[in-house]
Design a protein around this ligand. Structure first.
Ligand code: ADP
Length: 724
């Protein structure tokens, strides 16, 4: 990762691309780069854009194992170099990047040439010299020269010590990554942890995700080596998940293989097979030969443990084929040994003999301690036993057991001891056979114990994963729920808006109709009156009644229109609040009602009422309606009594208008506030059914609530609140 802004001034757009590149948001970075390139006017701007595009393509190519992209990256970098030729610092950055691309294109020597030229040109005076050394270390590693690779990365570390100001986070990450990586190859776990831990911390702090996933993967490997399977698994999973997010397929594949291996070690063969198969299908294109061989071998081993011998054999055969194609003699010998064991288990001594011989020859050629040697020796012991050569069999078995112990291969050790016991039995040396058998049972117990322990760990992992999955599910559910809520509240807001609009239209409609209808109604009223007066003398009784109906209709229509007009005009104008004495309001309302009050001998009594910031005209209308109703809906033979009281509750007043009238049945308590809803016939109690609708609207306008409390037959109490 080459940082531009630290060594070269860049425009804002290129800085944004750099940040995106750092976060590995490659698609977005590429899009913005394209845009920036279109807008770039100077050669310098263009050169930087080309360099960035080259870098993006390089990372994408490396992640996906796509040579085409890497070659594309080279073209862009070359163009950048040409355009920016006059800027030395810039050119050196480009050269460094080119070195890495060549490295990933497996042109080690070209890469080395780039890095070395760069290193010499800077004569250790610029921080880029440090980068060049790291690059050189990568090349040596790629050339399988670990000594040189380690020496170079240490030299790079020294350079940072000599120039403390070069110890930027980015440089430290580079240093730790390569150190951890090299120690990984040598399986020096303490060292891997030593460098991966700070790498994880820095990368998390500054958000460089590629380094984070690498550190996670390294630490997972360390845990796994220490048989700490649960944390190991968690680290692998996190690393895998984040790698997928940035499209870092190499690391994903790596994690998945390791997860499979952990499962295999925990005797969870099903999961192990699933992971291995997944790698073979999803990541085949980026797996190295040795990786492919290892996976096939592992699957073969699992099937062997599951006693599915033909399938097991098929995978070992595939492993052999791959090893032969790659010219990997060590792996060839190993696969042959595995196949030999397989043939023996299948009872095919001839084939076992053939493969065993080939394998043994190869191993002898290789001379070193080759993995699989123990298998081969035990295969030979088994064969010799079958052929009746117990002495030779005994020798092979002993050798096999010794090698198995050295290799910490308990499964082979157990197999060897069993063979030994069989051989001794065949030789009728029952005493030693029995002793051997005792050791076999002991070892078997130990293995079973480990197996149980590991199965427990497997369960633990399962539950912790399930927990995690459940948490994720809950979170997603929560998110979905929140999303729904948001959607709903949006809908509600929209409906509200529509409703408000509809209300406004309705109000206007009501106002216009009631207002305009009054005129023709007045005409009907006046002219029927004239006709009535003119023909009064000639009218029979029926005609008189008809005229009376017309009159009543007109009067009723008139009062309906009045009420409607009143209803429609509430809240028409913006309300202006003023200081209002409720005592005065009630007094005025009673004055308006004085005829009715006198007629019915009603008694209206009010407590001391508060003064509040409100609209007096609306309040008068409100009290007038409520007191009017209290009088109208009185019980026969009882003079109406109306009590008005107020009570401060928090920051609002609760006002009660209580009467001793006919009361309201509970089921009607909401209905009565709806316009035109009445509970009685006009003959019994005359009215329009608009009064309470008006009250409702007024209270709402003033920011309060209104409801009724009543016990049927024992009067009603209309309650409403008003803000202080
Ligand atoms: P109106 O009084 O014109 O009928 P309202 O809207 O004022 O219309 O009242 C609606 C209905 O609520 C009335 O018809 C009546 O049945 C009932 N109501 C209103 N106030 C009272 C009250 N104080 N006591 C009993 N019933 C009432």
């Amino acid at each position: 990762m080459t940082q531009l802004h630290s060594s070269y001034p860049t425009s804002e757009i290129w800085q944004e691309v750099e940040t995106l590149l750092l976060q590995r948001s490659l698609k977005k970075a590429l899009k913005i780069t394209e845009l920036g390139l279109q807008q770039a006017f100077s050669d310098t701007e263009k050169a930087i854009g080309l360099f960035l595009k080259g870098s993006i393509l390089h990372v994408a190519g490396r992640y996906q194992g796509n040579r085409g992209l890497l070659e594309d990256a080279l073209t862009h970098l070359r163009d950048a170099l040409e355009l920016g030729a006059t800027q030395l610092d810039f050119c050196q950055l480009v050269q460094l990047e080119q070195g890495y691309v060549w490295l990933y294109l497996q042109s080690d020597d070209t890469a080395l040439a780039h890095f070395e030229t760069l290193f010499q040109a800077t004569s250790e005076k610029k921080p880029i010299a440090f980068r060049a050394l790291i690059g050189i270390s990568y090349v040596w590693e790629s050339k399988n020269d670990f000594q040189k690779a380690l020496g170079t990365v240490r030299a790079a570390g020294e350079l940072l010590k000599k120039h403390p100001q070069w110890s930027s986070d980015a440089n430290l990450l580079e240093l730790y990554r390569q150190l951890a990586h090299l120690h990984l190859k040598r399986q020096e776990y303490a060292k891997i942890a030593e460098y991966s831990q700070p790498m994880l911390e820095i990368s998390r702090r500054i958000g460089t995700i590629e380094y984070e996933v690498t550190a996670l993967c390294n630490l997972a490997i360390v845990h796994s080596f220490n048989s700490e399977y649960l944390p190991s698994m968690q680290f692998f999973l996190e690393s895998d998940e984040k790698s997928r997010r940035i499209g870092f397929r190499y690391n994903s594949a790596n994690c998945t293989i390791n997860i499979g291996t952990i499962y295999a070690q925990l005797y969870n063969y099903e999961q192990a097979l699933e992971k291995y198969r997944m790698v073979l299908t999803d990541y085949r294109d980026i797996l190295s030969d040795s990786r492919l061989m290892a996976i096939n071998n592992n699957i073969g081993n699992i099937y062997f443990m599951m006693e599915d011998l033909p399938l097991s054999l098929a995978y070992f055969e595939e492993c052999l084929r791959l090893a032969q194609v790659a010219g990997n003699r060590q792996m060839t010998a190993y696969a042959l040994a595995q196949m030999g064991r397989n043939y023996l288990a299948m009872g095919d001594a001839d084939k076992a003999f053939d493969t065993g011989k080939k394998s043994a020859d190869l191993m002898n050629e290789l001379g070193r301690m080759v993995n699989g040697k123990q298998i081969n020796l035990l295969n030979s012991a088994h064969l010799q036993l079958l052929f009746g050569n117990t002495t030779t069999a005994y020798r092979f078995a002993l050798q096999g057991i010794a090698v198995a112990r050295r290799m910490r291969d308990v499964i082979s050790e157990l197999r060897g001891l069993k063979l030994l016991s069989d051989i001794l039995k065949k030789e009728k040396d029952y005493r030693r056979a029995l002793r051997c058998q005792a050791i076999v049972s002991q070892l078997r117990d130990e293995i079973a114990k480990t197996q149980r322990n590991r199965q427990m760990i497997d369960l633990e992992i399962k539950y912790s994963l399930r927990d995690k999955r459940r948490r994720i599910e809950e979170l997603t559910k929560e998110n979905r729920y929140q999303g729904q809520l948001l959607e709903q509240s949006k809908q509600i807001a929209k409906q509200n808006e529509e409703l408000q609009q509809a209300n406004e239209e309705l109000r206007q409609f009501a106002y216009i109709t009631s207002h305009d209808l009054k005129e023709p109604l007045r005409m009907i009223g006046s002219f029927t009156q004239i006709i009535h007066n003119q023909f009064k003398a000639k009218m029979d009784d029926n005609n008189k009644i008809y005229f009376q109906y017309i009159n009543e209709g007109v009067t009723r229509m008139n009062s309906l229109l009045d009420a409607l007009l009143q209803y429609a005009t509430i809240g028409k104008a913006e309300i202006e609040r003023e200081s209002v004495k409720l005592d005065n309001v009630v007094q005025l309302a009673c004055q308006n009602l004085h005829v009715k009050i006198q007629e019915t001998e009603a008694h209206v009594e009010a407590d001391k009422l508060p003064t509040l910031l409100s609209v007096s005209s609306l309040l008068i209308q409100l009290f007038q309606n409520l007191i009017g109703n209290a009088i109208k809906f009185r019980r026969e033979a009882f003079a109406p009594v109306v009590l008005i009281s107020a009570e401060l509750q928090g920051d609002e007043y609760l006002i009660r208008v209580q009467d001793n009238g006919i009361g309201i049945q509970p089921e009607h308590r909401d209905r009565i506030f709806v316009i035109f809803q009445r509970l009685h016939t006009r003959q019994k109690y005359e009215g329009t059914g608009i009064g309470l609708a008006i009250c409702y609207k007024i209270v709402q306008r003033l920011g309060g609530r209104i409801w009724v409390e009543s016990e049927d037959g024992f009067g009603s109490t209309f309650c409403f609140t008003l803000p202080k």
